[in-house]
Write a protein that binds this ligand. Sequence first.
Ligand code: NAP
Length: 486
Amino acid sequence: MTTQISSFVNGAYVNDASASVFQNINPATGKVICSVEAATPATLDAAIQSSLKAFKVWSKMPAIERSRRLLKAVEILRNRNDELALIEVEDTGKPWSEASTVDVVTGADSIEYFAGLAPTQVGTQQALGNDFFYTRQEPLGVVAGIGAWNYPLQIACWKAAPALAAGNVIVFKPSEETPRGALKLAEVFIEAGIPEGVFNVVQGDGKVGEWLTQHPNIAKVSFTGEVNTGCKVMAASSKTLKSVTMELGGKSPLIIFDDADLEQAVIASMLANFYTQGEVCTHGTRVFVQSGIYQRFVERLQDSIKTLKVGDPLNPDTHIGALISSSHMEKVLDYIRIGVEEGAHLLSGGRRVDHFECKNGYFVEPTVFTHCSDDMRICQEEIFGPVMSILCFDSEEEVIKRANNTGFGLAAGVFTQNIQKGHRVIHQIEAGICWINQYGASPAEMPVGGYKMSGVGRENGLETLGHYTQTKSIYVGIDPIESPYI
Ligand code: NAP
C-alpha cells in the first residue's frame, strides 16, 4: 500500500476526507512514491488563519531569538542531510552525488546567512530641529512561497530564510511533482522551536498557487517557475497590490574566448548544461565559442562527454539522472527533433536512454548541437533538459550583441584569461547572475535574480532582506504644533 501525505498546517499534517488525491512519481523508475492529498478550501483557509495567528507571535519575537531558532533549524538540516537528500533524489530524479552535497547544504547555508542578519536590522533617526523622526523596518505579514520542482528543498529554504528572518510567516506551495521536501523543512522548523503556523505547506497544483496569489491576506508572493506562469502570478498579485519576487527561466550565454583555459571552459560548459540533467534555470545553454578555439573546444568536449554516466540516480557514480516527468522528457526530445529539423548538427546524444537500469524512467542522453544559429528555436527557447547549443563567433563586439539578443536575462558566463576583457564583456551583458571563469556557483552571500523577463527582485545576499520588510516612518513632535487656524 502506498503511503499518503498531505498539507502541513499549524504544526501538524492535516487530513481532510473530502480532499482529492494525486500521485508523487519517482521519475527514475516511473513508480509511485506516495499519494498526496491536495489542500481543500478548508485546509487553505486554516493555513491562512494559522499564519495570521503565528505572525503576531513571530514578528514580535526579538530578532536575536528568531535567529537562534533558525540556526537550530540549520543544525538539524545538516544532521539530516542524507535522509533529506534521498527524498530529493527520489522526487526529482537528480543524482545522489549532487543532492547529497548541494541541495540540503545550500538550503541550510541560506537560512544560516539570514539568521545572522536578522538581529542586524536597524532603523534610522534624524533630528528636525527639536522634533525628529525615526524609522522601523517592519515585516510584511503573510508571504506566499510558490516553488518549482528542480530544487524543491533548496527553493523552500531560499524563500523561508529572508522571509522568516525579517519576521514574516510563509504559506508555501511546492510543485505537485515534488511535494515532500518542503514538508520536511516544516517538520525541521517545528523541531527547532519555530512556532506553529510560521511555515505552513499547502499541497496541490497551479490552482492552489493561483488561490494564494489572489488572497487579500497575503502581502507578498515569492515565486519560482516559468516566465509565463510568473506573468500570471504577477497579474493576479496586482489586484491586491502584493509585492512580488519572481525567479524565472533563462536562455543564458556562456562565452568562451580564444584565450580561455580550454580545460576549464570545457568543464564549465558541461556543468552549465548537464548539471541536474539540464534542469537548472541559470544554465548557459547558448555556448558561444570564438573561432580560434572552436575546433579544439568541440573535440575536447566530445571526448569529455563520453565520460558522463547516465543512470540510476542513487548510484554514487551517476552524473546524469532522470528528467522530472514523462511529459517533460517528451518536450526535451521534441526540442532535439526541432534542432535537427532546423539544420543544427547533432554532435552527440539526442536519444532517450532506456538501458536496463533506466528502462522505466525518463532519461535523455547529454546532447550537443553544433552549427547552430541564433534564430533557431533551440537557441531561443528554454529547453530545461541536457541540451547544449554551440555557436561560433569572431569578435567581442559581435558576441555581446548576440548574447543580449534574447528576452531572457537570468545569467551569463565569460571565459578568458584577459582580466580586463572578462570584466568589460560581462559589464555589457544584460543578465543578473554572472560569472567570470566560473559557472553556476551561488553562495548564500551573493544576490541572485534576473534582468528582463527572467525576474523581479533577488534571492540571497544582503539586499534580499529588504525585500521582506517595509519602512515605517514615525515623526515625533517635541515643539508644540503651531495652529494655522487661530
Ligand atoms: P511552473 O510550471 O511555472 O510552475 C512553478 C510553480 O507555479 C509550481 O508550483 C506550479 O504548480 C505553480 N503554478 C502553476 N500555475 C500557477 C498559477 N496560475 N498561479 C500560481 N502558481 C502557479 O515552473 P516549473 O515547471 O515548476 O519549473 C521550471 C521553471 O522554473 C523553469 O522555467 C526554470 O527556469 C524556472 N526556475 C527558475 C529559478 C530561478 O531562480 N530563476 C529556479 C528554478 C527554476 P504545479 O506545478 O504544481 O502545477
